[in-house]
Design a protein around this ligand. Sequence first.
Ligand code: EPS
Length: 388
Amino acid sequence: MIRFFTSGESHNKALIAFLEGIPAGVKISEEKIRHELLRRKKGYGRGERQSFEEDKFEIISGIRYNETIGSPISILIYNKDYRVDDFIGQNYSKFITNPRPGHADFAGAFKFLRKDIKDISERSSARETAARVAAGSICKQFLENFGIFVGSFVIKVYNISLKFNYATLTEKNLQRFHKLAEESIIRFPDKDKQKEITKLIDNAKVKGDTLGGDFVVFALGVPLGLGSFIQWDKRLNAKLAYYLMSIPAVKSIEVGLGKDYSNYYGSEVHDEIFYSKSKGFYRKTNNAGGIEGGISNGMPIVLRCTMKPIPTLMNPLWTVNLKTKTKTKAEIIRSDVVAVASCSVIAEAMLAICITDEFLDKFGGDSLEETMENYNNFKKLIKKFYDF
Ligand code: EPS
């Protein structure tokens, strides 16, 4: 079982990622963690913070000579934009009292009985997701040992969409889209539409507005058998939804064909099962997104998420000042125009953490070797049982 937590505020000293349950003996590259943090920072339309924030990190525990030792892993990520005065001084004149519609500001201020909205926005800020990405990188490196790869690509920004068919999201196509996304400044695989999207983002910026979008996050090489239908909270799709919906601003998650399922007859969308001596059991389509009956079925796990537009607007919406109760404009705070590309990288981290947890639930041992034996043994067993 994985236990994963984060701590830290957006402009306090640092963030911390805490990860317990990774077996001993997993090789960890700091360079790979750095690379993931850099991927999260990127994206056309991101705010000024990303241009100077270095995401410098230090591994505090759990890793020795670049290898996990089975003890809890903690990683500290420094905030370059550490605002000492906001945390140690008590400058009451700087209180923020105009909640931004769409942000945690309003509900948070009442829930925690705080007069300064900064007490809410500092922790609810998406800055926290840097810690998720660092922990996600450790999980990705664990999963690599079993040939599992997690990737993503943006499929929609506002009203500009990528044309593709869920049934054809085979391993090859997913890899191709991910590769194209890596080369794109907005993680959008269709080069011809990139210019249109950047123009859209520029226009939104001029208007002081923001945009949201959709992305696909996927996992390749996930073995059959993760998750279960035996109890409601063990279903893999349910657990993945929980992990992905926890990302700030994510408002929906769909598995495979998702809400489009209802547009078809059953005969048109269920992925037929085939068998050949060379391939074993296989499917030609993957509308199910790799999950049937709450269990991974051996096909790529394919999820689609929607991110709402960032609630901090430079041309702000109306709100009410919490102190004076007068109608006023919402707080203007430095922010992003669009962050869908970064969100897809964060989703990769959450997917990797979730798959790692499920993987260890089924095959887990205290060391990588033990886990590997359990995994190989299961593969052998199902082959033997069904004689293929
Ligand atoms: C973010 C850091 C923040 C914001 C953004 C994401 O930095 P700052 O507030 O210092 O400009 O750019 O946060 C939000 C969108 C939000 O709603 O809080 C980051 O590192 O991802």
